[in-house]
Design a binder for this molecule. Structure first.
Ligand SMILES: [Zn+2]
Length: 187
């Protein structure tokens, strides 16, 4: 079935952290991270045709963010605000009306989920969204956290497996299992 036949009014496309630093050549590269871009572009084009709202989250850290290794966190420095690494992948189609969700900006905690104190759930409800198609990076970190919160907030979720990549294969497998248990569908 084509993408356009799968989406309808009440759906939203949510792309998680498709940013340079998470792609090969970036500061926290995920294997095959850039391979999600052409897949997501097809979903974006179909969403445009069907007038489905598009949401794109981005990790957007202050310098010396607490998630960085030097500050006692677990990750190398990545997605520092206003740097090239924090920019969306240049080949990702980004129509002007895409709603951007900026996260990871806090000094006191990291925000893996696009829903974590961003107000996204309110915006989606305001936009009449009932079901989310989700893809992006990384499957076992921010995509996982986002899918779990989406379920918690009562949204139906379809994870586009071809449009995501994991930091580790084991982590990816576990993430998919947890998503399924939460009631998300894997497509
Ligand atoms: Zn981060």
């Amino acid at each position: 079935m084509g993408i356009e036949e799968q989406i309808r009014r009440g759906d939203g496309l949510l792309m998680v952290d498709v940013q340079n630093d998470f792609c090969p050549g970036g500061k926290l590269p995920i294997k095959g991270g850039d391979e999600v871009v052409p897949v997501l572009n097809k979903w974006i084009q179909a969403s445009l045709v069907k007038h489905i709202p598009i949401y794109a989250s981005r990790d957007w850290h202050p310098v010396r963010h607490l998630s960085f290794k030097d500050e006692g966190g677990k990750w190398p420095v990545h997605c520092v605000e206003d740097t090239e690494g924090a920019a969306f992948h240049p080949e990702l189609i980004m129509p002007e009306h895409v709603i951007k969700i900026t996260k990871g900006v806090r000094f006191d905690k990291d925000q893996n989920s696009a829903f974590d104190e961003t107000g996204l759930a309110s915006q989606l409800k305001k936009d009449g969204i009932e079901r989310l198609f989700i893809g992006g990076l990384a499957l076992d970190v921010c995509v996982l956290a986002t899918v779990m919160d989406a379920r918690e907030e009562g949204f139906k979720v379809k994870l586009i497996l071809e449009a995501t990549r994991a930091v580790t294969p084991d982590g990816g497998e576990e993430a998919v299992n947890r998503m399924k248990e939460s009631g998300a569908e894997i497509i």
